[in-house]
Design a protein around this ligand. Sequence first.
Ligand code: PAF
Length: 286
Amino acid sequence: MRLIEDPFEFQRECQRVRAGGGRLGLVPTMGALHQGHLSLVSAARERSDYVALTLFVNPIQFASNEGLSRYPRNLDGDLALCRDHGVDAVFAPAAAAMYLPGDATRVLVSRLSQGLCGASRPDHFAGVCTVVSKLFLLAGSCTAVFGRKDYQQLRIIERMARDLFFPVVVLGAPIVREPSGLALSSRNLRLGPAEREAALGLVRGLSRAQRLHLAGERAVAVLRDAALSSLQSHGLRADYVTLADADDLAEFEETVPQRALLALAAFAGDVRLIDNVVLGEDPALT
Ligand code: PAF
């Protein structure tokens, strides 16, 4: 497995793979890898001959109060996992290599970035889109895999790839959950035992709303309250609970159709967690 730190060396390596007829798979991550990331590697592996995983805690997608320095990091552990799972190259640049002195360019996907997480994290998706654009430009033609836990991020990146003619197939991979139902996230590493128990309020709220929807309930207020009351009864501080169109993310006000995204974000202590389910599409949550 190659470990590459220099962006242009990474670009050359991706060009070399394609020149040899290989299909490239790209898995962008911020490290602190877990089984969810490894499922992205497997999805990339199924569609490509060479899998490159990127490890970069992107400073510009964190607001100043969002604890960039507290984001979990474990380079040695991540590299060992990548080696064990057949990753061909890891691109792990320093921030100074990705953002050159005088850096002033941002990529913004306007409407899709405004609701859901974008309401409380106004600059977050511009940070994500900027770094993902850089990764796509360095990688070139490839299949890039992102987790559906960051559902809004996935839809935004799909839009960006289409709008900017990136030669990239963007693929969404299913959420991976612990047996308890908790969605895997690098942020779970920051949860103490009580917070971890409280965090189950997210999936339980989604599950409650999913059961209601399956039974025919279509009122936004009822579905939303089912999820919100679960967050509250678990002692979580809700950021948002939103029902939206699963493709264009436009929020529903009164009723939802047969297929709709239910997405939520909540704080367990100071750890912000997100989760979602596509009602009428995703398998039943337990
Ligand atoms: O989902 C993530 O881990 C990050 O937002 C991403 C896509 C790697 C960009 O920094």
